[in-house]
Structure formats: C-alpha cells, structure tokens
Design a protein around this ligand. Structure first.
Ligand code: HEC
Ligand code: HEC
Length: 473
C-alpha cells in the first residue's frame, strides 16, 4: 500500500491473528500445505538464466491446446484470451453470468477468471502479513491459495468445473501427460525437455508441462507494457487533460505518483492498485497483491448457486446453493489452520473472511470491439468500469444521500432512501473497508469518496490508458 497509515484502522484488528497464522505457516513445508506435485529439477538445457525461448513457445502452445481437457475442447486460453486482456472472451457470459462454464457441459466455476497478465511480477509464496502494507499479500488466485505460477497451472487441469482431468473424482496428472504425449506439441516437448522425457514419471512430466506454461506466462506476449500509460511514462505521448485528471484523482497527487503535491481530491485507488512513488523501484503494476474486503455485492446470477447436483458433479458441486458465500482468503487460510470460516462463534471470524486479492488494473478495459461486455470483481457482478468507479464512490450512500453504517446491527434501519448498491456479499465490521462510511477517515478509501460524475468519468478514461497494444516496444 502506498500509504500504510491509511490502512491502519483495519490493520490493527487483523494484525494479531495474522501474525499467529504466519507463524504457523513458517513451520510447515509449502508443498505439504498446498498439496501439489513438487517440480522436478530443471533439465540441463534450460538452466539458471530462466526459461529458454523454446520453452516459452512450448508453454504458449500448451496454453492454447484444447486437447488437454476432458472432454476435449477447452484450453487455458478458453478462459484467458489475449483479446480480452487474458480474461473471458464471450461477451454474453460476462454480461449475464460472471463465473464461466467448464469443459463438462452444465458445470460452472464459482469465480470470474482474472487476467494472467503481469501475474509473473506479483509476489509469490503463501499469503503473508506484510507489516509495511498492513495487509495480507502474495499468492495466486483470488484467494492466494497457490504460491507460484507453475503450481497454479496444475489446478485448472484437475478442476472438475474447468478442464476436468479426473479419475474416480481425483485429479489425474496422468491424463494430462497422456494428452500431451499424443498431441501436436509432443515433438517440441521432447526438444525442450529431452528425447526420453515421456519415460519419466507422470508427476515429473506434469511438472514440466506446468513449468512450460509458467515460462510462457513470464514472456512479453503476456506482459508487454505497451499501453498508452507506458508510452506516457517513456515520454512518447501526452495523456489528454481528462486522462491526466483521472491519473491525478487515482493517485491523489499532481505528479501522478503517490507522495507528490496533493491533488484537489484523492480517490485512493493507488492505495491498493499500486503506482510506485519512485518509478525506479519497479514497474507500475496497479496492484499491491493485498487482500481486502471492498464490499462487492453478491452476484445473484452466479451460476455456481445452481451447481448443487452431487450426482452429476461429485467433486465440484456447491452444497450451499444460493446461500453460498465466498470468503476469499478466509476460505483458504482458516481451514489450513483448523479454524472456522465464517463461523459466528469462531474466535477469528471476520479477520480475513471476505477478503480478495486486489487485481492488476492493466488491461481492465481491453476488449475486441467497443460493445463487448467485460465483467469485474471475483464474482463478475459489475459489467462496466463506470459502475466500478461509481461503486467505490457511493457504496455507503442511499438514493437520498444518507450514509449506510455497516457497523450497526441493522445498517438499513430507518433509511428513507434506497441503498444505491445491493449489500456486500460479506458484511463485516472488521474486514469491510470503511464499514461506517466515514469521510476523510484513515479507512475512507472505499464507499464514500465524494467524487463528482466528471471525476468518475475521468478515472474511467485513465483506466482506459492501461490497455496494451498502443505502441510497439
Ligand atoms: C474454465 C475457465 C478456466 C480455465 C480453462 C483456466 N482458468 Fe485460469 N482461472 C480461472 C478462474 C475462474 C480463476 C480464478 C479462480 C480462483 O480465484 O479461485 C483463474 C485464475 C488463474 C490464474 C491466477 C491469476 C492471479 O492473478 O492470481 C492464473 C495464473 C491462471 N488462471 C492460469 C491458467 C492456466 C495456466 C490455465 C490452463 C492450465 C487456466 N488458467 C485455465 C478460469 C480458468
Ligand atoms: C482498499 C483497497 C482498494 C482500493 C482503495 C481500491 N481497490 Fe479496486 N480492488 C480492490 C480489491 C480487493 C478488488 C477485488 C475485490 C473483489 O473481487 O471482491 C478490486 C477490484 C477492482 C477492479 C476489478 C478488476 C477486475 O479485473 O475484476 C477494478 C476495475 C478496480 N478495483 C478499480 C479501482 C479503482 C478505480 C479504485 C479507486 C476509485 C480502486 N479500485 C480502489 C482493492 C481496492
């Protein structure tokens, strides 16, 4: 976070259990925690200097290989398409659902595919409590449950609601290995990992498959830094007056970098979607990989709510039906430590429940045609950037301008106007950022920002400068 003081209200309350959890985490080997196949040693032809060009190319081909699902027809790219900034490429699914269909007809996942762009720059490892940022940081997926891109890539192959390589309801690396061996990339696979690679154990070969995909994810094809914003940083182009205003609102600073002279207003976006105070520190990733509960409403059209049939989907069904609440980081870290998730009686209720990783904002507006609909947040509930920014600005307000105080037992009692937004998927007085809806308080970065419609529009225009492909590097 650019300014740790801003977060201190929430942080004070999550810091203690956070430390307890991270202490436990240090005692356990990561492979045990995550339950993934440990990668084999890298073969000699691709040592130390990072992945070879051939390995990245192979990874890209495997990423787009539709023979690696069961039934065939779905690849990683089916859900992470470059034309939409490596998110979902079917406009209607984004508009009417959010979470997306898997390889088996009728099955759906419970979350929206985030972009994979720039993921290679994100902090790896199990989410840990970061004292400077005063929040949990690190890991992949919306809930941080895998520590690096190679172990991440093992998951969709074996997820019953995604690529569905399972035998007796258990993930089967052997099925993926057999499909690669029989597929059109087998020759290149042997060139990269050795002629006799397919004589190795399934676990080893599966490790190479995911290693190659992770190598592709480190390539410039996935993270090119070719947006208008990058051109602006290089001095190749100026931002329009409106875009520059958006950047200044986003960072609260005239210079467009946190720490510069205070701008007229601060929309606080850079608190979680980081712009470096000093550009020499590293690229602007527009995320600090922190976990926060910003009060995203439930997506009533999440198809996962209907995914209740244990017979047709034994390994991936949703036992809670429409009552399902996504606890994000809480769903992952609490069970790991034998602690209850979302249990009102549990001592650690709310400490991290309902927090999700702040995604990068690079390519949030990348779409193949102007009327293509994208969706946003872990459950895809928002369908436009205009809505997203308006949400940040007004989450705690009613149509009559009253302030909703989520720290009250009944936050909606006595309100004359209607809440502008449906209530958060998980109301929590502890994790919900700015639960009381206070203005200008240390936690007021979400819910009541005091932006005008023009301010909101300019922030959207700025977000549109983050789309790659504006220039060639
Ligand atoms: C059916 C759609 C689907 C397919 C196929 C799919 N993904 Fe995903 N991907 C998702 C969803 C949904 C998430 C978020 C899941 C979560 O947070 O629980 C995700 C998350 C990710 C992330 C995490 C990004 C981050 O910032 O944490 C990466 C990386 C990724 N996928 C890569 C892949 C790779 C590699 C493959 C192929 C082996 C793949 N995906 C196949 C839907 C899909
Ligand atoms: C307190 C931290 C925080 C602040 C401040 C914040 N965000 Fe976010 N942002 C998040 C988190 C966390 C998510 C994911 C939440 C979820 O899915 O439940 C998110 C998601 C988003 C998304 C959706 C991206 C996607 O791929 O789905 C957009 C767009 C976004 N934020 C823009 C902004 C803008 C613009 C601002 C300033 C007006 C802002 N954010 C301020 C933490 C923050």
């Amino acid at each position: 976070m650019a300014n740790p003081v801003k977060m201190s209200g929430i942080a004070m309350r999550i810091a203690a259990p956070a430390r307890r959890i991270s202490r436990v985490l240090h005692l356990l080997p990561v492979a045990f925690l995550i339950g993934v196949v440990t990668l084999g040693a890298r073969p000699s032809q691709a040592q130390s200097k990072g992945p070879s060009v051939a390995e990245m190319k192979l990874g890209g081909l495997l990423f787009a290989d539709k023979t690696l699902s069961n039934p065939q027809g779905m690849s990683c790219q089916t859900c992470h398409n470059p034309q939409t900034g490596f998110t979902y490429p079917i406009s209607d699914v984004n508009e009417f659902l959010g979470p997306v269909p898997g390889a088996v007809p009728g099955r759906f996942g419970n979350r929206k595919p985030p972009t994979i762009s720039y993921a290679t720059y994100l902090p790896a490892g199990v989410p840990h409590f970061d004292k400077v940022r005063q929040a949990y940081v690190g890991g992949f997926f919306w809930d941080g449950r895998v520590p690096n891109l190679a172990s991440q890539a093992q998951m969709p192959f074996q997820n019953p609601n995604e690529m569905n390589n399972l035998v007796h309801n258990t993930g089967s690396p052997a099925m993926v290995v057999a499909a690669v061996k029989a597929g059109k990339n087998a020759e290149l696979f042997k060139q990269v990992f050795g002629e006799d690679v397919f004589t190795l154990s399934n676990a080893k070969v599966f490790g190479y498959i995911t290693q190659a995909i992770a190598a592709f994810e480190t390539s410039k094809d996935v993270s090119p830094f070719t947006s208008k914003y990058d051109a602006y940083l290089l001095g190749k182009v100026e931002l329009s007056t409106e875009e520059l205003d958006g950047l200044r609102l986003f960072t609260g600073s005239y210079t467009g970098r946190p720490g510069g002279k205070k701008y007229t207003k601060n929309a606080q976006c850079a608190t979680c979607h980081t712009v470096q105070a000093d550009p020499k520190t590293g690229p602007d990733l527009f995320t600090s990989s922190c976990y926060m509960n910003i009060g995203v409403p439930k997506n009533v059209n999440n198809p996962y709510y209907t995914e209740t049939n244990q017979i047709s989907n034994p390994a991936g069904f949703n036992p809670f039906g429409a009552d399902f609440i996504d606890y994000g980081l809480g769903d992952y870290l609490y069970p790991l430590h034998g602690l209850p998730i979302g249990d009102p009686a549990g001592p650690d209720r709310y400490e991290i429940d309902g927090t999700f990783k702040a995604p990068t904002l690079r390519n949030v507006d990348k779409r193949p045609v102007p009327d293509f609909v994208k969706c946003y947040m872990h459950n895809g509930v928002f369908k436009s950037l205009k809505d997203v920014v308006h949400f940040y600005n007004t989450r705690n307000l009613t149509t009559k301008g009253e302030v909703i105080d989520y720290t009250k037992t009944n936050p909606f009692a006595g309100l004359v106007g209607k809440p502008i937004w449906a209530e958060p998927e998980l109301i929590s007085t502890i994790t919900l950022v700015n639960a009381p809806g206070l203005k200008n308080s240390p936690t007021s970065s979400v819910g009541r920002l005091g932006l005008s419609p023009t301010d909101e529009a300019h922030i959207v225009l700025f977000l549109q400068t983050l789309t790659d492909g504006y220039f060639k590097r």
